[in-house]
Design a protein around this ligand. Structure first.
Ligand SMILES: [Zn+2]
Length: 417
């Protein structure tokens, strides 16, 4: 029955108004006064949001299953049940003061693809699935991208269940409490391909005026704690040349972190976002400073070079500032290069739909970065207002969201044919 969707249904388009309504409806759950959402993972708001999307999945006649870390999968049968599904999704948990589009767009764009096919009575050859990954944001429970990481075998299910929030409640208990400790095994499932639509969360597409970003991969990340030990001393009696000022050394490190990133332009990034000064007193030379360093780069070689530069600079600054500097690596994410054929497909589809587009590298990590380790993966970016995300004022244009969902629709149809 229905239309044979074998890569020829290029005339199919999503219903952009329906997609927008669903985004606004979901944003009512955990809505904040400033127009954002607060839907921390595995809270009652997360449960309510899950129940809302599961209701929509069932209305679209999708088969829903839940795995042992609470990841949701909603399947639309294909003609050939032996083929691995073509999957698309993202997350519906949010930052404590998050926006309406981060994550939610990827889930609801995938749902809109299913609804569109349903309206057309169309069947693909391979099955299609929507994925909703547990705890992408990592604010209530660490690590970030927990559900997709467990799916990709990066974290064991036991270690995930044992993670505690600041009140001592575990992921395992909270999954059971909200009714999403599922029976399906975690991972070990083959995907034909995985596509994730997402707002860019940066300013590049808005700046260029192009509605579609063809995501080549994601920047790798290296995070450090830097601890600088000098000597507390009185601001008056201590001559400048005899000081061991930890904050002055920190200032020099901050300058270098910026310089190292600029030496690796255009995609190198270096940020010091956190500083703790001791004793933090107006008339005491600071004896100890802790600061964070966040380096990002699209290649492993680039990240390694940035790492080496930081160590050399820290040693030099330690000597010249007469302080002891310890650089402690705390997190290491390899750069992700997405699958060439999936990336090319996204670009070709965007071109055939007439959407101006450009290649782009994701500065943020996404569930797709972990899924890319076990399945051919690509992402589709759309612009967000002023490049702002992880903020209640996060905003995006309905026509851009619609364009991204149309690219997703045609990419999934092509890959599933
Ligand atoms: Zn996200």
């Amino acid at each position: 029955m229905g239309i044979d969707v074998s890569g020829r249904n290029t005339e199919l388009r999503v219903d952009g108004a329906r997609l927008w309504r669903s985004l606004m409806d979901l944003a009512q759950i955990g809505a904040t006064a400033k127009g954002g959402v607060r839907r921390l993972t595995l809270t009652d708001a997360d449960r309510e949001a899950r129940e809302c999307v599961v209701g929509w999945f069932c209305a679209a006649r999708l088969d829903v299953r839940v795995d042992g870390v609470g990841n949701l999968f909603a399947r639309r049968a294909g003609r050939n049940p032996l083929r691995p599904p073509v999957v698309s999704g993202s997350h519906i948990d949010s930052q404590p003061s998050g926006g309406k589009f981060d994550g939610a767009y990827g889930v609801l764009a995938a749902l809109e693809v299913m609804r569109t096919l349903d309206d057309a009575g169309a069947t693909t050859d391979a099955p299609l699935e929507v994925a909703v990954w547990t705890n992408e944001e990592g604010t209530r429970f660490t690590p970030v991208m927990m559900g997709s990481g467990a799916f990709a075998g990066v974290f064991s299910v036991e270690s995930i269940h044992a993670q505690l929030d600041s009140d001592g409640r575990s992921v395992g208990e909270e999954l059971a409490r909200i009714g999403y400790a599922g029976a399906a095994p975690v991972g070990g499932v083959k995907f034909g391909a995985y596509f994730e639509a997402h707002i860019e969360q940066g300013p590049v597409l808005e700046d260029s005026g192009r509605p579609i970003g063809v995501v080549m991969g994601a920047l790798g990340q290296k995070w450090y704690d830097v601890v600088i030990d000098g000597m507390d001393a009185h601001a008056g009696p201590t001559p400048m040349e005899l000081r061991r000022d930890a904050l002055l050394a920190a200032a020099r490190i901050i300058e270098r972190v910026n310089g190292i990133a600029l030496e690796h332009a255009p995609n190198g990034r270096g940020t010091v976002g956190r500083l703790e000064v001791q004793p933090n007193s107006r008339n005491v030379i600071p004896g100890r400073v802790r600061l964070s360093v966040d380096f990002r780069h699209p290649t492993t070689d680039g990240l390694t070079a940035m790492h080496d530069s930081l160590l050399v600079s820290a040693a030099e600054i330690g000597r010249s500032s007469r302080v002891h500097i310890q650089v402690v690596p705390i997190t290491d994410f390899e750069p992700a290069a997405f699958d060439r054929s999936c990336v090319d497909l996204v670009r070709n589809v965007a071109n055939s739909l007439g959407y101006p587009n450009q290649d782009i590298v994701s500065g943020a990590a996404h569930d797709a970065v972990y899924v890319a380790r076990v399945a051919p993966t690509a992402m589709i970016f759309v612009p967000c207002k002023d490049g702002i995300s992880h903020n209640e004022i996060e905003d995006a244009k309905p026509e851009h969201l619609e364009a991204g969902a149309n690219v997703l629709l045609q990419a999934m149809i092509a890959r599933a044919s």
